[in-house]
Design a protein around this ligand. Structure first.
Ligand SMILES: Nc1ncnc2c1ncn2[C@@H]1O[C@H](COP(=O)(O)OP(=O)(O)O)[C@@H](O)[C@H]1O
Ligand SMILES: [Mg+2]
Length: 474
């Protein structure tokens, strides 16, 4: 009984191997065989007709792509992996195809067979048309996404025509063309991250990935795996399959390392090695991966001082400090303030789903008197709150003052003395006396206060209230 079964099974398998290909060739719309180099070695008679070719003999020996431009047969012989079900385009038609590798007795790939199972398949027509429709939609979405990325982050989105801003943008354009690391320095909220995006967008890597890591936001213990990834099997559990690090994800593009000044010394050493060798080692792996990334680092710390204090490695500092962009604080480029404030008001109104609103001259003048320690981010915040608190088409100084009180008032304009009130005269002479005292004390406020016979605290109060530049006299 068992013996009979074995004999039968052998025979069935042998027959299957001998005849199935021929059966398939008859049943399917076309069969094609290629050799190890993806050259056509055989085609059944229906294939040339289906593809609109004149004759079988003419294509034998040709690389498969010369006959079927979209063919994936080469991939099958190269990888040894079958492609069981696929939709292939040829001209205006779509075909359902299956591709299998052919191995010799030793198991080595010697070629591949491709079968066109359906030609304009009636049963699959709804599926194919849905597939084609989705493909068109996907291409459309991709294009829109690319456009959105491009227009969102170009140098043009960095508003500001002041000389200092223009100089930064000029340097950024040069940084985009270079492959050396870029270091962006500037107080918080000055636009460092925006600038990094813009450099990427202006670089030849614009179509590659832009990957950002905020070092200050990630717990120290997770940073190494975040940067370099984890090899498969390094951990049990969720990460068993391994995970790519940011370096690898940024391959072919830009890696933005935000708040680099917050990086711990051990990780600084590893980063330096990655930058020098252009190779990384995933955690738990002993293999090195070559990566090609443009590194842009940014920090709001005084990095040079961090180096002098021994908190930041000098060698890493010099490696990063090849092209340095110093983004000035907003208070040092007040002439940018109106255009930035207007651009922010426009985009905030749009985000809030409101009609566009403007800023009065008085509102702009009021904004210009604030010191902006939080720079453009703080400005955006103030404007958003002002927009939410007011319904006016044009925001006025009071609308700003409501959300940003205690801004220094400007000196009262000098007017002919006969129209001045007593209070104005007193204010004016108080202001002059304070300025004179600070000048005489060469900016030393303690000394100035003493000579005026008032406390240091009340001198500071008066300075703030009168809108005197606190650096006066220095
Ligand atoms: N020159 C500018 N023009 C328009 N928006 C700006 C400009 N600079 C900064 N911003 C905006 O201010 C906010 C803070 O900028 P960001 O790049 O995050 O600053 P940083 O990284 O220096 O802290 C962002 O919303 C950014 O879009
Ligand atoms: Mg930032």
């Amino acid at each position: 009984m068992l013996k009979n079964f074995t004999t039968d099974a052998d025979r069935i398998c042998r027959r299957a191997r001998e005849t199935l290909l021929a059966e398939f060739a008859d049943l399917s719309e076309g069969v094609l065989i290629v050799d190890r180099d993806a050259r056509i070695v055989w085609m059944n008679h229906s294939y040339p007709k289906r593809l609109g070719l004149s004759e079988t003999a003419a294509v034998i020996g040709l690389p498969v792509e010369e006959v079927i431009p979209n063919s994936l047969m080469r991939e099958v012989v190269n990888t040894g992996k079958p492609i069981m079900l696929d939709i292939m385009d040829f001209g205006n038609d779509s075909f359902v195809v299956m591709r299998l590798p052919i191995r010799d007795e030793a198991g080595d790939i010697i070629g591949a067979v491709g079968m066109m199972i359906f030609d304009n398949p009636r049963q699959l027509a709804p599926l194919v048309s849905r597939f084609n429709q989705l493909r068109v939609e996907l291409a459309d979405t991709k294009r829109k996404l690319d456009e959105a990325r491009r227009s969102k982050y170009t140098l043009a989105s960095l508003v500001g025509g002041s000389q200092r801003s223009m100089a930064v943008k000029d340097k950024a354009r040069r940084a985009a063309r270079a492959s050396s690391p870029v270091l962006i320095l500037g107080e918080t909220g000055t636009g460092k991250e925006l600038l990094a995006h813009a450099i990427h967008a202006a670089s030849p890597r614009a179509t590659g990935p832009f990957v950002a890591v905020n070092i200050a936001a990630i717990p120290e213990t997770l940073l190494e795996t975040e940067f370099f990834g984890v090899a498969p099997g390094a951990y049990t559990g969720a990460d068993r399959k391994g995970r790519k690090g940011k370096f690898e994800l940024a391959d072919g593009g830009t890696l933005f390392l935000d708040e680099i000044g917050d990086m711990s010394p051990p990780l600084q050493a590893k980063l330096l090695r990655a930058l020098q060798e252009k190779e990384i080692e995933p955690v738990g792996s002993n293999q090195l991966l070559t990566v090609n990334v443009h590194v842009i680092a940014a920090t709001s710390r005084q990095l040079q001082q961090e180096v002098e204090a021994g908190r930041f490695r000098a060698d890493l500092f010099y490696r990063l400090n090849v092209i340095t962009l110093d983004v000035p604080p907003l208070r040092e480029r007040l002439e940018d303030l109106p255009s930035i404030a207007e651009a922010l008001t426009d985009s905030l109104a749009r985000q809030l789903g409101e009609p566009p609103r403007s800023l009065s001259d008085a509102a702009l003048a009021y904004l210009a008197r604030h010191a902006w320690p939080g720079n453009v981010r703080e400005l955006a915040n103030v404007l958003e709150r002002a927009l939410l608190m007011s319904d006016a088409d044009s925001l006025d100084a009071e609308d700003i003052e409501r959300v940003l009180p205690h801004v220094a008032t400007p000196a009262p304009p000098a007017r002919p003395s006969n129209t001045q009130t007593l209070q104005e005269i007193l204010q004016r002479s108080e202001r002059d006396a304070i300025l004179a005292a600070i000048g005489a004390a060469q900016g030393n406020k303690t000394q100035a206060a003493r000579s005026l016979g008032i406390s240091r605290a009340s001198l500071y109060e008066k300075i703030a209230a009168m809108g005197i530049d606190s650096r006066a006299g220095q």
